[in-house]
Design a protein around this ligand. Structure first.
Ligand code: GYE
Length: 311
């Protein structure tokens, strides 16, 4: 069994600690899993977690963080929706001596404004997805359409970059259309429909690269609605490893995904526990694993395993 999804063997007792969590919203299955795992991880350690859902809006996140500071919480977890615009509120937390841990996305702000960041290497995720496609396509020409994540978010920026790096130098592969689907299933479907309409009812599309599984699931629906076979007529590669993409892989309707653990809070609480115990500064970037899964990796078993963990 992969260890990325398992919970920590020894959860420290952090009872008495109050931690605020500013979550982005519930745009994707991965996000919902992260929310539930964060709550579980807090409970295991006796942490009193104050949860705030920002409904995709940075201004709501900033308000929530200011609220946590006013309440005098012991630490703040934040999954920053976009990269820019955090300096002021992070400075306020720092002045109040409240450690901030970033979860799953990064910020464009000085590193001394947060204790650590727990996230995947998102450029690497894009590379893993791109390398898979390069290998799968071989020497055939392949026009790729790209569904980008939320504009201005680090996963959208970095997953694009890594994928482009992987296909560079392979002149038979090119991205012919690229647009944001905002990490949601409905937008993924809508944008894929437009891509298909623009290209001879999909005949010119060889593959769709989606920055997350939810957009891929939406795209799969659009491909079927156009009378084409996802996974065969149009290859589907994405990132996250949520249960639904394993169902699609098992059915031959998706080809590959790059797993992203929803357990970012476990390493975050571990880092905080050491910091509170004796002031140990964690590494600035705690990087989670990025593992590729295809139909060769027992997709039904992977689906069952995640469902068993409550995702
Ligand atoms: O891949 C996507 C979610 O921030 C890395 O956000 C995360 C991404 C994740 O909505 O599904």
């Amino acid at each position: 069994l992969a260890t990325a999804l398992s919970t920590a063997a020894f959860a420290q007792d952090l009872s008495g600690k109050v931690v605020g969590f500013s979550q982005i919203g519930s745009e994707s299955g991965w996000r919902a899993a992260e929310t539930s795992v964060t709550k579980q991880q807090a409970e295991e350690r006796g942490v009193d977690l104050k949860f705030a859902d920002a409904q995709q809006k940075q201004e709501n996140q900033i308000k929530a963080i200011r609220g946590f500071i006013a309440q005098g919480v012991d630490a703040i977890l934040v999954a920053p929706v976009v990269a820019t615009g955090w300096d002021d509120v992070l400075k306020e937390a720092k002045d109040a001596e409240i450690p901030v841990v970033l979860l799953d996305r990064g910020v464009d702000a000085p590193e001394d404004l947060y204790l650590t960041s727990v996230a995947s290497d998102q450029v690497e995720e894009g590379r893993v997805a791109g390398n898979w496609l390069v290998g799968d396509v071989g020497t055939e020409p392949c026009n790729i359409v790209e569904l980008q994540g939320t504009v201005g978010s680090t996963p959208a920026i970095n997953r694009k970059k890594g994928f482009e790096e992987a296909i560079a130098g392979h002149d038979n592969l090119k991205i012919t259309q690229s647009q944001t689907g905002d990490f949601t299933r409905s937008k993924g479907k809508e944008v894929m429909e437009a891509f298909i309409k623009a290209t001879n009812n999909g005949a010119d599309i060889c593959a769709v690269y989606a920055h997350n599984d939810d957009m891929a699931v939406g795209a799969i629906q659009a491909i079927k609605d156009a009378g084409l076979k996802p996974g065969t007529d149009i290859k589907v590669v994405s990132i996250d490893g949520v249960p639904d993409i394993f169902t699609a892989i098992a059915a031959g309707e998706a080809n590959a995904t790059v797993e992203l653990t929803p357990n970012m809070a476990g390493p975050a609480f571990d880092a905080l526990a050491k910091f509170w115990a004796d002031g140990t500064e964690p590494e600035k970037f705690i990087i989670t694993e990025s593992k590729l899964y295809t139909s060769a990796d027992d997709p039904q078993g992977e689906y069952d395993r995640r469902k068993g963990l409550g995702y």
